[in-house]
Design a protein around this ligand. Structure first.
Ligand code: GTB
Length: 216
């Protein structure tokens, strides 16, 4: 049974590896599993067939035989549990890697998403110019703390893991903001993630899909 994920038929990130299917593609590339993508319009994500798979009407979803999942965290965790390559064998190290996945999604990502909302949805509001620097400061608190923990290590806890894949995927969204460059070790950490062959394959596949969607 081939793994099938969903993505937008024309990705709103214009193939820049920022939409949520990117993390799932990257995880599948890391573990060497082939996959198919089922492309959906925004409208189709709100229709019953997709809502049966994803109660919030979003992408991505993941299907493999009788396994059907939504939420990138759960999907990456499932892939990492099922296939070798993204979680250490040692039980304690494995738990710590999973800990970093939760930290990325629960503690680091929320202010980054707030910034995205401020930039995309609120730029016409009269208070936007005052709010954005506040959001940037919330982000800086987390980046400073993460930077201190990472230090001069390559990855968050020993070898590259699903924790790093999730954290790098979260931080990548800050690249265009300039905030990441204030923390050179975090900028280098993200660059190390992007330099991984599996990341490059996932990025190229997402970009190719976006370019193909523009031809049709
Ligand atoms: N918590 C969920 C998960 O991690 O899986 C969040 C999923 C999610 O936000 N999916 C988005 C979606 O389906 C797609 S990625 N949105 C439609 C909806 O909520 O109705 C969204 C996205 C687009 C473009 C950029 N970008 O250009 O930076 C980033 C993210």
């Amino acid at each position: 049974m081939t793994i099938t994920i969903t993505a937008f038929e024309r990705s709103p990130d214009r193939g820049r590896g920022l939409a949520r299917d990117s993390r799932v593609r990257w995880a599948l590339e890391e573990v060497g599993q082939p996959y198919k993508v089922r492309f959906l319009s925004f409208q189709a994500t709100k229709e019953p067939a997709h809502l049966a798979l994803h109660p919030f009407g979003q992408i991505p979803t993941y299907e493999d035989g009788d396994v059907a999942l939504f939420e990138t965290g759960a999907i990456v965790f499932h892939i990492a549990e099922r296939y070798a390559g993204l979680l250490p064998d040692d039980a304690k190290a494995r738990t710590r890697a999973i800990n970093w996945m939760f930290a990325a999604l629960s503690t680091v990502e929320p202010p980054i998403l707030e910034r995205q909302t401020a930039v995309i949805m609120e730029s016409d509001r009269p208070w936007h110019k005052e709010r954005l620097p506040l959001v940037d400061d919330y982000i800086r608190v987390r980046l400073r703390q993460l930077s201190a923990r990472l230090g001069d290590a390559d990855w968050l806890d020993g070898a590259f893991s699903a924790g790093d894949l999730t954290m790098v995927s979260v931080l990548i969204r800050l690249k265009s903001s300039g905030l990441l460059d204030e923390y050179p070790n975090l900028a280098a950490y993200v660059a190390r993630g992007e330099a991984r062959p599996a990341y490059k394959r996932a990025f190229a596949a997402q970009l190719a899909d976006y370019n193909a969607s523009r031809q049709s």
